[in-house]
Design a protein around this ligand. Structure first.
Ligand SMILES: Cc1cc2nc3c(=O)[nH]c(=O)nc-3n(C[C@H](O)[C@H](O)[C@H](O)COP(=O)(O)OP(=O)(O)OC[C@H]3O[C@@H](n4cnc5c(N)ncnc54)[C@H](O)[C@@H]3O)c2cc1C
Length: 502
């Protein structure tokens, strides 16, 4: 029998994991990537002597036996990545009005550390961690188990914001006046939290994974890309750069995919790792049900982000083995725009580790969520040809963000040698997500059915993968890739293949 040909559009984490899995299970895989570099959000870039990660700064559950470790073993990643365990007693620190509240690793440790600040909230903390366990246990794929029958996740329709406020008594910490519920939502940048849409399922899967254990990748997330591309090539697949897909056509039973440079690729099936709306836009002469098309196009996307990447003088700024989420007000949800002209309402600051990490940091990164509207006036411009006003905007926003960071770390200013900036336009151009959205289509707890994108599309032979299906991030995209490949190979077969590597 002839090998089935699968073409994958986009080499983000979802495309690479799907490509690895399908090529390992006997398909003839070709991945087409529009950039010269593979990886999408996993890409790193270099400025002067510095290397920066762009979209994977830390990952959870990478201790042996934990969720991502179990999955990534199959992909040859778990034992080969250079991982640095983050501070056990506070991998994330939530800073409000001068007090830093630790989110610790290990569930008992997590409760104990917060109890020191909220001594009357023992029952709320117990209930929180119990709920996290219960919710992930009701999500079979989190535990590498097969969903039974027509599985539906009712936690997707419960709002995280209401859950958190119902949980705690509302007692405020005397030093900062902040409530436990605000601290538990303090790293909501991780899921672009929105009180009107974020579900308890999203909050729980992500937080359970990080509280289980939290890690950084020494030397950058590019290593994940290199291992996966090498694996796909060894399995007989191809990963091709500078191949921007511009059209998907059908000829008989086969797909014909055209690229900007004039190439044509033939395939039996297609997996698209790019945004679902961008995928629909590529269809040329292939009929799509109107209701399906309209539904997907109508779904809102998560907010975008503004980042400054800092190269530092040697031995001038300490290495921090944690992330700092700092709030200037008690307005905690990162998907909502900052009030008035107060941007940034909050920011995330970190110092990524080097391969041989000592006491001092080599680089630092600060980020704040940003609405695409801020850069709308330059949306038609392309990287390399943008107007001067755009650079003025970038510099102004970078100053605002850095001034906020300097309030926390006054010594940082003198330590900086290089500054690089990315805006929502950068994200749009680098990953192809609509409006530079960080995490793709919003999974809406108020409307879970409408906002759920299934891997199997209404076009026979075309599948979605990546962060807009299932969940974003290393955890969500990994499970999403397994779901997508499960549609092609049978989910039980995929789960069994992965389990055999444990
Ligand atoms: C600022 C930021 C920080 C983050 N931090 C973390 C973190 O610390 N931990 C974590 O777990 N997750 C994090 N995430 C989320 C995580 O990075 C993403 O959810 C995940 O990497 C997305 O993978 P993906 O496969 O969906 O696609 P993407 O990474 O979006 O890749 C899509 C690929 O498709 C390519 N492409 C687009 N259009 C075309 C076309 N027409 N033809 C060919 N190729 C095309 C793009 O160039 C890109 O390479 C972060 C995200 C952001 C934005």
């Amino acid at each position: 029998m002839m090998e089935k040909r699968i073409l994958i559009i986009g080499s983000g984490l979802g495309g690479l994991l799907s490509g690895f899995l399908l090529s390992k299970e006997g398909f003839k895989v070709t991945i087409l990537e529009k950039h010269r570099k593979f990886g999408g959000c996993l890409q790193t870039f270099n400025r002067d002597r510095y290397t920066f990660d762009t979209g994977i700064h830390y990952i959870g559950s990478m201790a042996p036996g934990q969720t991502i470790h179990n999955y990534w073993k199959y992909f040859g990643l778990s034992d080969r990545l250079d991982l640095v365990k983050m501070d056990e007693n506070g991998f994330d620190r939530i800073s409000y009005f001068g007090t830093e509240y630790p989110l610790a690793q290990g569930f008992d440790n997590f409760k104990e550390r917060l109890l020191a600040y909220f001594p009357d909230e023992a029952s709320a903390l117990n209930s929180y961690t119990q709920n996290l366990h219960e919710i992930v246990n009701s999500h079979p794929l989190y535990n590498l188990e097969l969903p039974a029958g027509s599985y539906s996740d009712h936690y997707k329709s419960i709002l995280a914001g209401s859950f958190l406020s119902d949980l705690s008594s509302g007692i405020r910490h005397s030093a900062s006046g902040i409530r436990l519920s605000d601290i538990l939502a303090g790293n909501n940048f991780l899921y672009a939290g929105n009180p009107a849409t974020t579900s308890i399922a999203e909050l729980s899967l992500i937080n359970h994974s990080f509280i289980s254990s939290a890690w950084r990748l020494a030397g950058g997330s590019q290593h994940i890309v290199d291992i996966l591309v090498d694996g796909i090539t060894r399995n007989g697949g191809r990963v091709l750069a500078r191949k921007k897909v511009v059209g998907i056509h059908k000829k008989g039973e086969s797909f014909h995919v055209s690229t900007k440079d004039g190439d044509l690729f033939e395939a039996d099936q297609i997996v698209s790792d790019i945004h679902p709306v961008s995928t629909l836009e590529l269809l040329d002469g292939i009929p799509v049900q109107k209701a399906y098309n309209n539904r997907i196009r109508s779904l809102p996307n998560s907010i975008s982000v503004f980042t400054v990447y800092l190269g530092l003088k040697p031995e001038s700024f300490p290495f921090l083995n944690y992330n700092l989420y700092k709030y200037k007000t008690d307005y905690i949800w990162s998907a909502l725009p900052s009030r008035g002209d107060k941007w940034p309402n909050s920011f995330l600051f970190m110092t990524p580790p080097e391969k041989e990490q000592g006491a001092f940091a080599n680089t630092a990164v600060a980020m704040a969520t940003m609405n695409f509207e801020e850069v709308r006036e330059w949306e038609k411009s392309e990287s390399g040809t943008r107007e001067k006003s755009y650079f003025v905007f970038k510099a102004k926003k970078a100053k605002l963000l850095l001034d906020a960071v300097y309030e926390q770390f006054p010594d940082l200013k003198e330590a900086i040698v290089t500054i690089e900036i990315s805006t929502p336009l950068t994200w749009r151009d680098y990953t192809g997500t609509v409006n530079g959205s960080m995490y793709g289509i919003v999974k809406d707890a108020a409307n879970p059915q409408k906002s759920t994108i299934l891997p199997k599309t209404k076009i026979s032979g075309l599948y979605f993968t990546g962060q807009s299906i299932n969940l974003h991030g290393a955890l969500g995209v990994t499970i999403g890739a397994v779901m997508t490949c499960g549609e092609i190979l049978g989910l039980a077969n995929v789960i069994n293949s992965i389990k055999r590597t444990l």
